[in-house]
Design a protein around this ligand. Structure first.
Ligand code: LLP
Length: 425
């Protein structure tokens, strides 16, 4: 469910005609819907209400301050994976005591920064990291709360690049290694083991892998309790899939009905880290057609958005619905309908620069605008300046009003951090 819909053949974000935004700020532009973000937070909370979880929005999905502020105002915590994300979350008014810090490569500087901020806990992903945190905490004369991120060796059946819970993936600590670390916890005197954590992948569309991983980790929890560790937190991670085509994912309530019975009544404080579920369908990328080119029996619709604005199709073969912003024709993915096929591509100099291939798309003219849907998550946060393309602006719509929450980059922005080498070099 989202608040992007056609009214009299014109695409609206909430009550705003997206053409009005494009006319003012140009294209490409990311357009977000505030109400959709709020709705998804509410839906997610409702689904898992039996657990009264701490919902930590995963900042990497969309880290614009306006998005983070909406989450913070709704009372979410944050899941971060870098010093930059911590900086952003705090700047947006996050409550540091609701921040959890995941990631396999936290640097000493980042650990110090998180300790200064007073985050809730670190999700520790290796013995080496545990040693580093304990050593840093010792220099401060403090004890730090940590969870162990467990690699449960469960396949979440997502794209190869976003499956994170198999033994061969770089994430987390194997079950048996975690138990061994817990047995000799005295080696990490400045860390207190208070939780267990998993995150098995992203765009997961079935509850089975969660159930499997949770059952495994609960067995480990019992073992750690016997060793005297008060394991209070259980972080189940993110990964809850959304509709890109329609119909591929399941509602949050269906994930919840598989997960809740496994953890309810076990004296655990549950943490959840949804990213895509909150913002994925809360954004579109609006682009204009620059040229239409027919070649070798194919139709290429060449747009002003490109792989540097949305890398998901070229990186993961991801599907994003694309449809004109002005049309009376209802969206169809059905290739048998009388809609000519098109490759929707950008100006970047790579054959891998495409937003869609062989898609039904009504005839479009130069200058027409197309909406690339479900671009609220992992679009702007993965954007780059490749081909010296300034990054597109971000707009937040709230009801009938809208505002630019990140301006379009300028050419000057592109070179701002660069310096000329001294003359003698
Ligand atoms: N927690 C941790 C530790 C994570 O690594 C992630 C995502 C999440 C939570 C949030 O996952 P979500 O609920 O958004 O699925 N760029 C890829 C997705 C990479 C996800 C990385 N980790 C894509 O565009 O599909």
């Amino acid at each position: 469910m989202d608040y992007f819909h056609y009214r009299s053949g014109r695409l609206h974000a909430e009550d705003v005609d997206v053409d009005e935004i494009a006319a003012s700020v140009g294209t490409p532009v990311y357009i977000y819907s505030c109400r959709t973000i709020e709705l998804h937070i509410e839906r997610f909370r409702e689904a898992f209400s039996a657990l009264s979880p701490l919902v930590c929005y995963s900042v990497k999905a969309n880290s614009n301050l306006a998005v983070l502020r909406i989450c913070a105002a709704a009372g979410t915590g944050f899941d971060i994976v870098s010093g930059g994300e911590l900086f952003r979350a705090l700047r947006a008014g996050a409550d540091a005591s609701k921040i959890v810090y995941s990631g396999v490569g936290k640097t000493a500087a980042e650990i110090e920064q998180a300790l200064d901020a007073g985050i809730l806990l670190f999700n520790v992903e290796s013995q080496a990291e545990l040693e580093a945190i304990s050593a840093i905490a010792a220099t401060r004369g403090t004890t730090v709360d940590v969870s162990l991120r467990i690699n449960p060796d469960v396949d979440a059946h997502t794209h190869e690049f976003t499956t994170t819970g198999r033994a061969r993936d770089k994430f987390g600590i194997a079950m048996e290694d975690a138990e061994e670390l817990a047995q000799r916890w005295g080696d990490f005197p400045n860390c207190r083991l208070i939780g267990l954590d998993i995150h098995i992948g992203s765009q997961i569309t079935k509850p089975g892998p969660y159930a499997l991983a949770i059952e495994k980790v609960l067995v480990l929890r019992d073992a750690l309790l016997r060793l005297g560790h008060e394991i209070r937190y259980f972080d189940i991670g993110g990964g809850f899939g959304i509709f890109y085509r329609g119909g591929e994912a399941i509602p949050a309530a269906d994930f919840a009905s598989a997960i809740v019975p496994l953890v309810e009544g076990k004296g655990l404080d549950v943490i959840l880290e949804p990213g895509r579920f909150i913002v994925g369908n809360a954004g579109i990328l609006l682009t204009s057609v620059i040229y239409v080119k027919k070649q070798s029996g194919k139709r290429f619709v060449i747009c002003d958005a490109a792989m540097n604005d949305l890398v998901r199709p070229s990186m993961y073969g991801a599907y994003h619905r694309i449809w004109p912003a002005r049309t009376h024709m209802p969206f169809t993915a059905d290739e048998s309908v009388d809609t000519p096929l098109a490759d929707v591509v950008g100006p970047v100099c790579e054959s891998g620069d495409f937003m869609a291939k062989g898609r039904p798309l009504p005839r479009v003219e130069e200058g027409e605008r197309l909406s690339i849907f479900a671009a609220g998550a992992y679009a702007m946060t993965m954007a780059s300046n490749y081909n010296a393309r300034p990054r597109a602006p971000e707009v937040m719509v709230d009801g009938a009003s809208w505002s630019v929450v990140r301006r379009r980059e300028t050419f000057e922005d592109l070179i701002r951090p660069e310096e000329e080498p001294p003359a003698e070099i």
